[in-house]
Design a protein around this ligand. Structure first.
Ligand SMILES: *Cc1c(COP(=O)(O)O)cnc(C)c1O
Length: 416
């Protein structure tokens, strides 16, 4: 692998870890919905001397000298994010999605304020008020779930909960909700109860950029995101907000919740945002959704139950209860045949998060690799074989062979 010569000399053990990880990615089918393969340009930017620079503060107003070049990188990232998402203000410094959310809460809320987010076990996120997270400790967290029958958000139900708990902030978005979200409906609920609206588009930011998902920016005071999921950038976070919160939000990121920004990662975010503004990226986003729909349909044709009956996004959830299986055992069985996915609670799951009754599949990574609908049908075939023949060494070995053949046709990082 190029670029590892020096690591190999200094630290052969870590060089081996990197080689092993690249091999793992090349030889397995990556279906974890939150993972992706950023371009070599993004990886290169993240591996530069920009990591050395202390740049506390913001472009033009730093606490350290020598920031003239990293200022350019951050200004480019900000300008590109604002243009791509049509945002009034952008902060590109959050180290990750969790930090973007924490800074937003610190900007908009007082400790003890009421927040209303989607229940984690029904698709929400840890940082939306769960007791284990600081958001659940600092704020009085209430939750909504998708409707029991449709397994989709029911905006009347959410409005009824909001009228009762009177939140200061309503939080939308999650990690395993497979459907589009009606942000205008949530705005109306927020307005009715006098709440702010925050949309966490960590998972679907790339689909918003590619215009294949409803756009939260016109409807929400705050939009937070990661940059490494469908957006296909480096691991990191970002916040978009209304101009009237600009100063306070920047203050809530630094010095409120972070120290020095990661300038190499901000440069890599700028590269990814440039890539995401190109027509090829919009086509990529469209293909992610076509693949996700093809995978959901093919799994359904093979008798698997898809939560909410399908998907509008890059991800789908399979309910394993009708098969009498748990997410944990299916995750392990799939890993055994070189298909990487994760166990996931389904709405109203009676199993704990370490076991779960579901498995989540996402198509961002396989789509980056160049796979299309035809390959999704093949993958559905393999998944169905695994779940219907759990523990059969013959079937597992046959599936493993087909996975090897399939991935061989889609080289990953061939230059590395
Ligand atoms: C992934 C995710 C996050 C957190 O991102 P990290 O970068 O892992 O901190 C926040 N919110 C949602 C909805 C997510 O899916």
């Amino acid at each position: 692998m190029s670029g590892l010569d020096e690591i190999a000399k200094v630290d052969p053990e870590i060089a081996q870890v990197v080689r092993d990880e690249l091999n793992r990615l090349r030889h397995k089918i990556e279906l974890i919905a939150s993972e992706n393969f950023p371009s070599r340009a993004v990886l290169e930017a993240a591996g530069t001397v920009l990591t050395n620079k202390y740049a506390e503060g913001y472009p033009g107003h730093r606490w350290y000298g020598g920031c003239e070049y990293v200022d350019v990188a951050e200004e480019l990232a900000i300008a590109r994010a604002k243009a791509l998402f049509g945002a009034e203000h952008t902060n590109v410094q959050p180290h990750a999605g969790a930090q973007a959310n924490l800074a937003t809460y610190f900007c908009a809320l007082e400790p003890g304020d009421t927040i209303l987010g989607m229940d984690k076990s029904a698709g929400g996120h840890l940082t939306h008020g769960t007791p284990a997270n600081i958001s659940g400790v600092l704020y009085d967290a209430h939750f909504y779930c998708p409707n029991r029958e449709t397994e989709m958000l029911d905006y009347e139900e959410i409005a009824a909960i909001a009228r009762k708990c009177r939140p200061r902030m309503i939080i939308a978005g999650g990690s395993s909700y497979p459907r589009d979200i009606d942000f205008a409906a949530l705005r109306a609920v927020a307005d009715e109860v006098g709440a702010m609206l925050m949309v966490d588009m960590a998972h679907f930011a790339g689909l918003v950029a590619g215009k294949v998902h409803s756009d939260p920016v016109p409807h929400a005071e705050f939009v937070t995101t990661t940059t490494h999921k469908t957006l296909r950038g480096p691991r990191g976070g970002m916040i978009l907000c209304r101009e009237r919160f600009a100063r306070e939000l920047d203050h809530a990121v630094f010095p409120g919740t972070q120290g020095g920004p990661l300038m190499h990662i901000i440069a890599a975010k700028a590269v990814a945002l440039l890539e995401a503004s190109r027509p090829e990226f919009a086509e990529y986003a469209r293909q992610i959704v076509r693949n996700s729909r093809a995978l959901a349909e093919a799994l359904r044709d093979r008798g698997l139950r898809i939560v909410s009956g399908g998907t509008d996004t890059h991800l789908l959830l399979v309910d394993l209860r009708p098969l009498g299986l748990t997410g944990d055992e299916v995750e392990k069985a799939l890993d055994d045949v070189k298909i990487t996915a994760n166990k996931n609670n389904v709405p109203f799951d009676d199993k704990p998060p370490a076991v779960t009754s579901g498995v989540r599949f996402g198509t961002p990574a396989v789509t980056t690799r160049g796979m299309r609908e035809e390959e999704m049908v093949e993958i559905a075939d393999l998944v169905a074989l695994v779940v219907r023949n759990m523990g059969s060494p013959d079937v597992m070995s046959r599936v493993r062979g087909r996975v090897e053949e399939l991935v061989a046709g889609f080289p990953l990082y061939p230059e590395l």
